[in-house]
Design a protein around this ligand. Structure first.
Ligand code: FNR
Length: 365
């Protein structure tokens, strides 16, 4: 059930599959006889030096994959010198995260229905020195994730016969849960003063998240938050223009890994038009990134950086902290090789080193 929670997506999972398939139509341009003996993947995001154009994006309920999963990810990100975005749906509190997090502290916000509580929340986030805030905007309503419904993946866990058998077949995982306790939405619980409960994870979120928050309300958020403001879940050139107009510093081109609107296009096919409309806004992208070559393609198409969702979570679920580190190591190595073989010595030199497959134009995908 935990694998399905991570791996699954909304509806028929068409968008999740398209996120992967679309990469086939972006082709990198190899370059030869260029001196690439010295090269670097370093770049800057929101004025911060980072080791690679890579961010570990926000994912909720990380404690279900590994005991204190959020802390494992935060420690690896701190050592690797890349940002980690703590989720509003984290299973550890901000105080625990404070000890594990490094210099690059980003936070993902789900806009709460109660503005007073939201103001309080923003103050707390700032007090723990998170300086980049990603407001997730593609979750006005929760996606229908059939695998979670089928598995009875609920909060708190319901010990159905099927789930007991599932746990018994995964003894290491079951022991971890026994040691660390069944994960809860700790950030929510700290804020609301009680355990958040509901029939599915998206139901829990729905009870608290505002479905009415709209473009005109971003002004309010802009006034409450002094740090960098990023909108996560934008896809179209109009979104890019509106984001600039409301004073956002950046955007994450994202379809939530196909977990929200099944039937939406892939993000990599949306990227070129989005980049053009975004002008000097920082443009990050996620959804479907699994290899360093995928990352190189996004950089070639103009993204400033790539956010990871499942790629690092699979590592976390397989082996905890070393698993996350290994996932990053593989991605970093593949990215370095890809840019070198494209004749690029820096992230900047990688720009434009792509062609779109002749058989399918990206916009016709
Ligand atoms: C997510 N995502 C997500 N996004 C967000 O803003 N807040 C959250 O709490 C979560 N939770 C979450 C849990 C799990 C298990 C997954 C897989 C994803 C979405 C995430 O940030 C990102 O947009 C997608 O994961 C990107 O797609 P890939 O890389 O997983 O294909």
């Amino acid at each position: 059930m935990v694998f399905d929670y991570i791996d699954g997506a909304a509806g028929e999972e068409l968008t999740a599959r398209r996120n992967r398939a679309a990469f086939q139509h972006v082709l990198l341009k190899p370059e030869v006889l260029v001196d690439v003996s010295t090269r670097s993947s370093r770049t800057r995001l929101f004025g911060q030096d980072v080791a690679m154009p890579l961010v570990i994006g926000p994912t909720g309920l990380n404690g279900a994959a590994w005991g204190h999963g959020d802390l494992c990810i935060a420690r690896v990100a701190a050592r690797a010198n890349i940002p980690f975005v703590m989720s509003t749906a984290a299973t550890v509190g901000m105080r625990e995260m404070d000890a594990a997090a490094g210099r690059l502290r980003w936070f993902q916000l789900y806009m709460l229905k109660d503005r007073g509580l939201a103001t309080e929340f923003l103050k707390q986030i700032a007090s723990y020195r998170f300086d980049v805030l990603q407001l997730t905007v593609d979750t006005a309503v929760g996606g229908r994730r059939n695998r979670d419904i089928r598995n009875g993946f609920t909060l708190p866990f319901r010990w159905t016969m099927a789930n007991l058998v599932d746990a018994a077949r995964h003894a290491r995982w079951a022991l971890q849960m026994a040691r660390h306790g069944v994960p809860t939405l700790k950030v929510f619980a700290d804020l609301l003063g009680g355990a958040a409960q509901g029939s599915t994870i998206s139901d829990v979120m729905q009870q608290q998240i505002s479905a009415s928050f709209s473009w005109s309300d971003i002004q309010w958020l802009r006034e409450q938050w002094d740090g960098k403001l990023v909108l996560k879940g934008l896809t179209t050139p109009t979104h890019a223009r509106l984001a600039r107009e409301v004073g956002a510093d950046g955007a994450v081109v994202s379809n939530h890994g196909g977990r929200q609107l099944d039937g939406a296009g892939s993000t990599i096919e949306m990227l070129p038009a989005f980049r053009e409309s975004a002008h000097d806004m920082t443009v990050l992208i996620d959804s479907g990134f699994r290899t360093g070559v995928d990352i190189a393609k996004a950089i070639a198409l103009g993204a400033d950086g790539v956010q990871l969702g499942r790629a690092t979570l699979y590592g976390l679920a397989a082996k905890g902290e070393p698993g996350v580190a290994r996932a990053l190591e593989i991605l970093g190595h593949e990215f370095d090789l890809a840019i070198a073989l494209c004749g690029a010595r820096t992230v900047e030199e990688m720009r434009g080193r792509y062609t779109i497959s002749e058989s399918r134009h990206l916009s016709e995908l």
